[in-house]
Design a protein around this ligand. Structure first.
Ligand SMILES: [Zn+2]
Length: 90
């Protein structure tokens, strides 16, 4: 990971401390856990409201959410592994 590229991006605030190399699930936001959440990078809002984001990538504990745009921009630097949650065979 080239840290200098990251530091020039306003969205980067040290998320690699807890998001580097983690597994992410592509999920529809579900307000049964929390009413809304924010993208870890750009702070866009996830909720079930029409004006907000409805789909994104979350950590397996559903605690951290990342929007599609930030996922695409940071996926290589953060070495994320995307888990297919529709794959039930386990
Ligand atoms: Zn974002």
């Amino acid at each position: 990971m080239n840290i200098h590229d990251l530091e020039s991006d306003w969205r980067y605030t040290g998320q690699d401390k807890y998001l580097f190399g983690v597994q992410l699930e592509k999920q529809n936001f579900n307000s049964s856990i929390r009413d809304h959440d924010h993208c870890e990078f750009c702070f866009d809002t996830f909720s079930e409201a029409p004006e907000d984001l409805h789909e994104g990538y979350c950590t397996r504990d559903k605690y951290h959410w990342i929007c599609k745009d930030c996922f695409d921009d940071f996926k290589e630097k953060f070495s994320w592994e995307v888990i297919n949650v529709n794959d039930k065979k386990k």
